[in-house]
Design a protein around this ligand. Sequence first.
Ligand code: FPP
Length: 238
Amino acid sequence: MRHPQHVAIIMDGNGRWARARGLPRSMGHRRGVEAVRQAVRAAGELGIDYLTLFAFSSENWRRPKEEVDELLGLLKHFIRRDLADLHKEGVRVRVIGARDDLTSDIRGLLEEAENLTRDNQRQTLVVAFNYGARDEVARAMRRIAEKFAAGEVSLDGLTADLLDEHLDTAGIPDPDLVIRTSGELRLSNFLLWQSAYSEFVFLPCLWPDFDRQAFEDAIAEYASRDRRFGGLSREIAS
Ligand code: FPP
């Protein structure tokens, strides 16, 4: 069975999960963290080398302050509580997204997670935090423009590969499979450049209900697809 090396997930539906139970949205996010733990474990067991999770988008600041504080608090709690275990399990943590406008305590925690786990090789967990794909491309463009202005890059050197190397995801293979839960059929500014040839699986289940079975089903759906990358289908080519 063909196996995805990199799975990226848009975790959606925490609020609806809570509302359906008459609970505050914060409870949905808390259950969402449980689903995060399960997904990381399942990815390790299923041999997925890279798992990217969309934890907080650059647009999520528009939510009410209490909800933003809850989400930031959950991320801090997750790193403080789970980092040692992730490290023990051989998980390397990478964080993508804009760091500059984060508070120093969150920046410090994200750096600590990356530094501690830097040499781990079993599995990579990419946390997309304060992440937006257009913002990521714009930041990469500015870094390239600086090099261009300094004469370090020529006009001919302005290639797709160069942009790749300046994105937050530099060194991480493109996602083979992008999953979104909660029935929404959108990318919402997630990995726009990197998902050019990804397969998409949209699941009706809400993120807190995303379990090992849902993960395996999504992978089975991926395995049944015929990825052509602009070429011919396997049947026609053979
Ligand atoms: C979408 O649900 C989910 C989020 C905005 C954030 C996901 C965050 C977590 C699961 C917790 C923190 C993450 C980590 C890695 C510890 P929604 O609120 O948009 O749900 P709705 O569309 O039903 O309102």
